[in-house]
Design a binder for this molecule. Structure first.
Ligand code: PLP
Length: 425
């Protein structure tokens, strides 16, 4: 076990009591520091957020909401939740916020709970075109208990097919129309979807899990003025604790609060809610706004660097923190690309591209995102270097970390992470 100041010298006693787990904590920190984290849904939350997460607020049962709990002793956790609610509402200029969802999937569950009865219809983006499991896929509660109809991307633009969405909305008259997903590189036209929803009398739900951080930093337009409800995760670009939240119009506040608790969840995780409050405060700063703009210029630079080398970003580029890359031009599968990059210290994930000829477990693409490397302070010059490293690893590399090309790329990664360390000592 190497020494590290990050957790304090004795991990609050954990190191002595449970060296096995203390070792995992340290070696995971070492893993983060030694590689390039390009998973689009990950980020490096601050020591302040992590401190709130590791607090005694974890002990408290607080079913209910601030000022109306089912347990005594909630005076202090009430303050934390009220701060989180107030900061969240201010950050997104929203009528109402619920900060209790345990995750993005739990926040999404609440939307179904508030607006749909089992068997009723939802229209959402299809998973293979960039949607999410919780948007009505058969393996999820959302597809087992609700009737999901899916729109996709346009075959030529590879961006959301709004005409298809409109046609399906008129044909099926869903109760809810959902926008958002986990592999959409472009801005979403919220105004257009609002109009479609109004035309068929549907609730407009935006699952902003991926891009809400960019909205918080005002780097891209907000869905909040247009949507009935916006659900999100707090750990992606936003850079808070692993969790979820939602904001909504005042008229839906009671239904969504009841859907979170008592319909879907039990006691809220008060330590995580305190960490969300810390994160919302961070997100209101000019530094965070600047960070979100750099996340986007970095992902654009990375996508352009890869495009120059024959690795095509779908839709031709990106407006956000992520790019979806089509590897068919270089004749490598997503699965092989992921393994080769990993062997060289570059962490990314295979991802289906629209109309992918491969099975999801193989895939023809990879997804890359810049939230982590931008948190580490890297800029456009470093993105050009990363594009070159990815290209070499993917097209000439090997899944074996001992392979000469893996080692050569790893040396380039080492240089970058030495100059721009994660969690600097
Ligand atoms: C990440 C994500 C979720 C789920 O978040 P979890 O916290 O993992 O449950 C939901 N929707 C979208 C679009 C996502 O990208």
């Amino acid at each position: 076990m190497t020494d590290d100041t990050f957790y304090g010298s004795d991990f609050g006693g954990l190191r002595a009591f449970d060296p096995e787990i203390a070792d995992v904590l340290l070696s995971e920190l070492g893993r983060i520091r030694s590689g390039l984290q390009l998973i689009a849904s990950e980020n490096l939350s601050s020591p302040e957020v992590l401190t709130a997460l590791g607090s005694t607020l974890s002990n408290k049962y607080a079913e209910g909401y601030p000022g109306r709990r089912y347990y005594g002793g909630c005076s202090e956790v009430d303050k934390a939740e009220q701060l989180a609610i107030d900061r969240c509402k201010a950050l997104f200029d929203a009528d109402h916020a619920n900060v209790q969802a345990h995750s993005g999937a739990s926040a999404n569950q609440a939307v179904y709970g508030a607006f749909l009865k089992p068997g009723e219809k939802i229209l959402a983006m299809s998973l293979p075109h960039g949607g999410h499991l919780t948007h009505g896929t058969k393996v999820s509660f959302s597809g087992k208990w609700f009737d999901a109809v899916h729109y996709g991307v346009h075959p030529e633009t590879e961006d959301v097919d709004y005409d298809e969405m409109e046609r399906l909305a008129k044909e099926h008259r869903p109760k809810v129309i959902c926008a958002g997903g986990s592999a959409i590189p472009r801005l979403i036209d919220f105004e257009r979807i609002r109009a479609i929803a109004d035309e068929v009398g549907a609730i407009f739900w935006v699952d902003a899990a991926h891009f809400i951080g960019l909205v918080a930093g005002k780097a891209i337009p907000s869905p909040v003025p247009f949507a009935d409800v916006v659900t999100f995760t707090t750990h992606k670009v936003l850079r808070g604790p692993r969790s979820g939240a939602l904001v909504c119009k005042a008229e839906h506040a009671a239904a969504l609060d009841k859907a979170i608790f008592p319909m879907m969840q039990g006691g809220p995780q008060m330590h995580t809610i305190a960490a969300k409050a810390v994160n919302f405060k961070e997100c209101a700063s000019p530094e965070y706004a600047d960070y979100t703009r750099r996340v986007i210029t970095n992902s654009q630079a990375l996508a352009a660097g890869l495009a120059e080398r024959g690795i095509r970003p779908t839709t031709g580029g990106t407006d956000t923190h992520l790019a979806l890359l089509d590897l068919q031009g270089v004749g490598v599968t997503g699965k092989d690309a992921e393994a080769r990059a990993d062997a060289a210290g570059i962490v990314l994930n295979k991802n289906a591209i629209p109309n992918d000829p491969q099975k999801p477990g193989i895939a023809s693409g990879v997804r890359v995102g810049t939230p982590c490397v931008t948190t580490q302070g890297m800029g456009e010059a470093e993105m050009a270097t990363i594009a070159e490293l990815i290209h070499v690893a993917v097209t000439q590399g090997d899944a074996d970390p001992e392979h000469a090309v893996s080692q050569q790329v790893r040396a380039g990664v080492d240089e970058l992470v030495t100059a721009f360390p994660a969690y600097p000592r």
